[in-house]
Write a protein that binds this ligand. Structure first.
Ligand code: NI
Length: 397
């Protein structure tokens, strides 16, 4: 980076630098917990601006700080840094150089934007009312990176946290901001249905796990349609069935896998208990024995009302238009932070040509600098409000 002063003065230098950062990240995507090169690059970009890296026990990912008033509050800005096992098909000149690896969810965009916010905040550090902790989190795609960051102690003392996801279907210049549920809780399941194998021509001598599995799939469809309230929303999807080895043998076992998405903890636990009753009831009615394994993922992203209002305020201030987004049934491990402290997660409009995880996924890079300005503004405002100890919120926000 040439000069931090130029970067914050709106000369176009910041945008140019963020585009370069994003493209460099895009060329070298790394999977969850393997983000060694990415980690190194982020440290270097922060060091160029004199931003201190804080040492926490994390193998990949970076925690850094821009420090204003020493006894002031601490707020956090979070970006995720990992990529996906997808073969890129964008044909871009800066496409992935690593076969079968791609930044197909735009975490390169998030990382570049938060580095931009760090640059802007560094420039204003004298006037900051506290500390901004920058979290470059590994392994969002595994849904567990946030837990590692929490375990490392990097959230200690933090009173508010902000995060983003790019949103291909929102136009550049807009930001989707919403209090309450924004992204879904994610649960995975695996069911092993045990029957009794036999000759295909003599089914009465065995217990057919394929028939039981078929009934289970059908019966599971009643959970959303009959047990979840009509004004609530949830998804139950069976996405994989495995059974049998050949055409004339009734096998001993069928294995089903899938996922459940929900936006409310009560609905989430009700679905789980209905799910178990349906699987056990249908199986036992047909003589089969089921075993269910759960793979619980992050809870729903639920945004704090006051911080979300603050985000709208910040959006207006930097010239972005705040819109109310439709919640997404995808998951986000940012929700783990929100279990510990108030946070607001927003969708930054990137006018993308494809949905997340598509092999030709892309972002419109002109959204980079506005996103950086939005997060710098939000952090600065949160520090002001927290240090003033506004009394209309338990945390001062
Ligand atoms: Ni993502």
């Amino acid at each position: 980076m040439g000069d931090i002063a130029a970067i914050s003065a709106g000369t176009g230098e910041l945008q140019k630098k963020l585009v370069a950062i994003r493209r460099r990240l895009h060329q070298y995507p790394e999977l969850a917990y393997e983000e060694m090169r990415t980690t190194q690059a982020i440290r270097e970009w922060l060091a160029e601006a004199g931003i201190d890296v804080a040492e926490y026990p994390l193998k990949t990912g970076v925690v850094a700080e821009v420090k204003g008033r020493e006894d002031g509050p601490i707020v956090a800005l979070r970006a995720d840094i990992d990529a996906l096992p997808i073969q890129e098909e964008t044909g871009l000149p800066y496409a992935s150089t690593i076969p079968g690896r791609m930044h197909a969810c735009g975490h390169d965009f998030h990382t570049a934007a938060i580095i931009g916010a760090a640059y802007l905040l560094k420039r204003r550090e004298e006037s900051l009312k506290g500390t901004v902790r920058l979290l470059f989190q590994p392994a969002e795609e595994k849904g567990t990176g946030a837990l590692r960051v929490l375990e490392s102690g990097a959230l200690r003392g933090v009173q508010a946290i902000f995060g983003m996801h790019n949103k291909p279907d929102l136009p550049v210049g807009t930001v989707g901001v919403k209090a309450g549920a924004l992204m879904a809780a994610v649960d995975g399941f695996k069911i092993e249905v045990e029957g009794v194998g036999t000759h295909a021509a003599v089914p009465n001598a065995g217990i057919d796990p394929i028939v039981a599995a078929a009934h289970i799939v059908t019966a599971l469809q009643t959970i959303v349609s009959r047990n979840v309230g009509p004004l609530q929303s949830a998804v139950v999807s069976v996405t994989r069935i495995h059974s049998g080895t050949t055409w004339n043998v009734i096998p001993e076992k069928a294995v089903l896998e899938g996922t459940i998405r929900s936006f409310d903890e009560r609905v989430r636990s009700e679905i789980k208990s209905r799910f178990e009753r349906v699987v056990e009831g249908v199986s036992s009615g047909l003589g089969a024995k089921p075993a269910i394994r759960w793979y619980p993922g992050p809870p729903a992203v639920r945004n704090d009302e006051h911080l979300t209002e603050l985000m709208i305020h910040a959006a207006n201030k930097v010239g972005l238009r705040a819109v109310t987004p439709e919640p997404s049934p995808a998951g986000e491990d940012f929700a783990f932070y929100q279990r510990e402290l108030p946070g607001s997660f927003v969708f930054v409009g990137t006018s993308g040509p494809h949905e997340w995880h598509h092999p030709a996924f892309d972002v419109n890079e002109s959204a980079l600098e506005p996103a950086a300005r939005l997060f710098a503004e939000a952090a600065e405002t949160a520090l002001i409000r927290l240090s003033e100890g506004r009394d209309d919120h338990p945390n001062g926000l």
